[in-house]
Structure formats: structure tokens, C-alpha cells
Design a protein around this ligand. Structure first.
Ligand code: UDP
Length: 260
């Protein structure tokens, strides 16, 4: 375990990144907040294009990428229905899932505008908008080098897209689940509120659970722990970091069964 000042995040080293990737297939979880300007809501296509370019750069290393997309920039079911008796909580969650589809459509066009092929797959059927998510079809698209965007979460209410990301990583047999966040990794406390928060470089699932660290929701952590799916939490706002992450560069925080 290292503290933040031991972390090397040298942007100038990007030209020296090793070619290729140690991974065959990754699931990349992008929160809705990566689709809007910090502190704002909705969709900023500048932000989406930034993420799209990074994702395409990462895919150019030959790694298969499935993106699981959040919707929190538009609506989260639990907070939308809290104290709001006119909308049932389950309805709010379905609204949240639809929000992820709006983001998925924006990301699809953004990625294609920078020259890569994509497929948008939704967990609930939306004929005319996107393909339905079918595991074998998703794998086939990945094998053909398409960036696959997975929207509508799991298709079921009362969970989040973190859980969807864990589930898809497992069923698509990804080598690693990468969670892109706006901070450098997993900290001992909220780094946006506590300047003394310590950044961890390696954690076990057990430590995450025991210390209640903010990585992903509890269901997602449990699923990854049960099936030994490693999770890398890293900062998407630093240019080329998605590419660094897929190239195996040691950035962010790695959560796995055992510390190195
Ligand atoms: N959601 C859901 N089931 C899922 C995934 C998402 O009901 O399998 C709903 C839930 O209300 C969630 C919202 O969709 O709050 C948006 O997803 P999330 O909060 O995970 O987005 P993020 O925080 O990643 O932007």
C-alpha cells in the first residue's frame, strides 16, 4: 500500500507506454458524471468526446472493451424518489436505467465520430434504438474489435450500474473491471473533502468491505470478490489514463484477492 505522493502520474511518459495490453478483454465502468462538466448535470458533448477519444486510444492497443455506462448525470432512482411519493421507487430506477441509454447513445456517436466501430446493447429491449443485450452477441462484437456499449444496467431495479458492470465483467469473462472516477483511486476518506486522505495503491476485497471504502456498491464488490475479478479504480480526467490503465501501467488502486 502506498500513499499518494508515491504515485507516479507523469503525463509526459505517455510516449513511452508499452505497446499492446496485458489484457484481452476489459469492462470499463463510466459513471454518468464523466458525461458532464464537474458540478453540473446533463450531457456536455465536450466531456463525452474526451472520454470517447480516450476509449478509442485504449482500444487501439488491441484490447477488447465493453463500456458499462451510468446515468447519474441525468437521474438516479433512489435520490429521485426519496421523499417523492408521486413516483414509486421502482419506477425511479427504471427512469435511471433509461438515463443510461441516453448516455449510451451520446457515447456511441462520439466514439464513431472519432473513427471506431461501436455497438450499443441494452439490457431491456428497445428495438429501433439499440440491440438487445445477448451475452454471445456482445462477445462476438468484442471479438470483431467493436467497442461495445452496455446500457440500461442489469435491466432490474434497485441496483446500480456498478452491479451491472461486475455482472457483465463476469459473464463476458473480462480480465479486469476498470472503474473510471474523477479522483486518482481509492482513498481512506473523501479526497475532495479531506486533503489528508491517503490514496491506496493495492487493496484486498476484504479490506474494502471491512473499512467500508468507497469503491463500488456492496453487491458489486461481493460479486467481484466471489469470482476473483480484479477491479482497477483510476482517474479518467487525466488525459490518456484509460489507455494507461489498459496498457497495464500501475495507476490508480487495484482491488484484488491478494496484495502484491
Ligand atoms: N439502475 C437500476 N438498475 C441497474 C442499473 C441502474 O435500477 O441495473 C438505475 C438506478 O436507479 C441508478 C440509475 O439507474 O441510480 C443510474 O445508474 P447509476 O446510479 O449506477 O449511475 P452512475 O452513478 O454510474 O452515473
Amino acid at each position: 500500500m502506498y500513499v499518494e505522493d508515491a504515485v507516479t502520474t507523469d503525463v509526459s511518459s505517455s510516449g513511452d507506454m508499452p505497446a499492446g495490453s496485458p489484457y484481452r478483454r476489459v469492462v470499463l465502468k463510466l459513471s454518468g458524471e464523466s458525461f458532464c462538466r464537474p458540478g453540473e448535470r446533463g450531457i456536455s458533448m465536450d466531456e463525452v468526446l474526451h472520454i470517447a477519444r480516450q476509449t478509442v486510444q485504449a482500444a487501439s492497443r488491441g484490447v477488447e472493451i465493453a463500456v458499462v455506462i451510468g446515468g447519474g448525470n441525468i437521474l438516479r432512482g433512489a435520490s429521485f424518489t426519496a421523499g417523492n411519493t408521486a413516483v414509486q421507487e421502482a419506477t425511479g430506477h427504471y427512469m435511471g436505467m433509461l438515463a443510461t441509454v441516453i448516455n449510451g447513445l451520446a457515447l456511441q456517436d462520439a466514439i464513431e465520430s472519432v473513427g471506431a466501430q461501436t455497438r450499443l446493447l441494452t439490457a431491456t429491449r428497445m428495438d429501433g434504438v439499440a440491440e438487445p443485450y445477448i451475452r454471445r452477441r456482445a462477445r462476438r462484437h468484442l471479438e470483431k474489435g467493436r467497442i461495445v456499449i452496455l446500457a440500461a444496467g442489469t435491466g432490474s431495479p434497485f441496483v446500480t450500474t456498478d452491479t451491472a458492470a461486475a455482472q457483465r465483467a463476469l459473464e463476458l469473462e473480462a480480465d479486469i473491471l476498470m472503474k473510471a472516477t474523477r479522483v486518482d483511486g481509492v482513498y481512506s476518506d473523501d479526497p475532495e473533502k479531506n486533503p489528508h486522505a491517503i490514496l491506496y495503491r493495492d487493496l484486498t476485497y476484504q479490506q474494502v468491505r471491512e473499512q467500508n471504502l468507497r469503491v463500488m456498491d456492496v453487491t458489486a464488490i461481493s460479486q467481484c470478490m466471489e469470482h476473483a475479478m480484479p477491479i482497477l479504480v483510476f482517474n479518467y480526467r487525466q488525459d490518456r489514463n484509460i489507455e494507461r490503465a489498459v496498457s497495464g501501467e500501475k495507476i490508480g488502486t487495484l482491488v484484488s484477492a491478494r496484495k502484491d
